[in-house]
Ligand binder design. Sequence first.
Ligand code: ADP
Ligand code: MG
Length: 460
Amino acid sequence: METAPFDTARVWQQALAELQLQMRREDFQTWFHDAQLASIDGGTCLINAENPFTVEWLGSKCKGPVTRALAGVLGNPVEVRFAVRPSDVGDLERPALELAPSTTGPRERRRASAASHMPASARPAVSPRFTFANFVVGPGNRLAQAGAAAVAEGGPLAPNPLFIYGGVGLGKTHLLHAIGHRAVQDGKEVAYVTSEAFTNEFIDAVGRNRMDAFRARFRKVDVLLVDDIQFLAGKEQTQEEFFHTFNDLIESGGHIVLSCDRAPRSLSTLAQRLQSRFSWGLVADIQPPDLESRIAILRTKLAARNVIDVPDNVVQLLAERATANVRELEGALNRVLAQADLLRVPVDLALAQAALEPTMPAGGRRAADTDAVIKAVCQVSGVARRALEGKGRDKRSAAARQVAMYLLREHSDLSLADIGNLLGGRDHTTVLHGHAKITAALPNDPALRQTLDAVRELLG
Ligand code: ADP
Ligand code: MG
């Protein structure tokens, strides 16, 4: 017998509370944020997640803990199954693609296309600088990296398409190249293209009446990597062509990876049908790296350049100052190294401080960020700043305030006490509680996740 929906929700809440204690926070958020207990039927619990990749991951890595947690809550032994959440969007179209057998595997495809003598331009322009080995994985990019690695390995469970989105300088292009690099090593046919290049080649092919060559180039590869697809917005004809390329390639067993600066649902001008197709595979966002990841990234970059004599306190300073994205972090590192080179002195803290001062005064950027976070939370939640920073305890202000606490704790180096001071002179335990509450709510609250995404989008 199936229990009433409110029961499953409560059971799942309790199971999640248990699971959260057993897992690392970022793993828990990555894999459980959209998982739900769909039904309890006899002794079988059905867990739904948004995409096949997450379902596979949960099934292979989390079955034991989930089974134990649910059995604990229900007081009975249970069997757990994971499945993709049925969605009403695109259901009519979905089976056609999902059930279409890959009549040709990559190897056969390659042989077939090798015979057609790919032109030199079809060879992938993947950069050996951007590999998985020098990509630092942290809480902000774990899901995107896992999806990318799965595509690179190319098994039948690789998410297809993989849609990676996030702000500028957060490693989207790096991951696309890393996939390309690995796939080429495995002897696969790969095409990497920015959506601008795709558009230009398309227009050129139309103009010169060479659509066949154009199609052959993109529809025969094993892995197609399209970077920055936001540039397709508003280009109707190119979108149409891209749409066909996309379908052809997926139906014949090819893999597609797309990057974008925003979530699929924000691609407002991109044709609806293209959008719904993005959601079939895995949609993974990349968030700015935390302090620990920034330090690891700096160390990786230094090692890649064989620079060994940069002291820890300089790395720490750079990681604390350059918080927005990895490109900024690399820029700061370059300035410091260039300065040392120019002056022919070793890198030390004083030199680093001097090199960074003109662009990144200490504290300045942090204050600006804090202010921007609070402003953005007010804008998205519709709560007045006075209310957010005031003493009021009404539900809406309190909820918005907790979102602000969460974001300030996640994205700035402010202490709990500082955050409390900014938000109406609250003490650090209140901030801790607010942060914990949002963290706990996130897994089961898509609206909350959307709010956080909207705030982050405003922050750029
Ligand atoms: P995007 O395409 O998202 O704008 P890029 O992939 O061009 O960003 O990344 C910008 C720079 O930051 C590149 O030099 C890239 O190697 C580096 N980078 C980004 N994320 C990471 C990471 N997690 N580990 C190592 N380097 C990174
Ligand atoms: Mg890029």
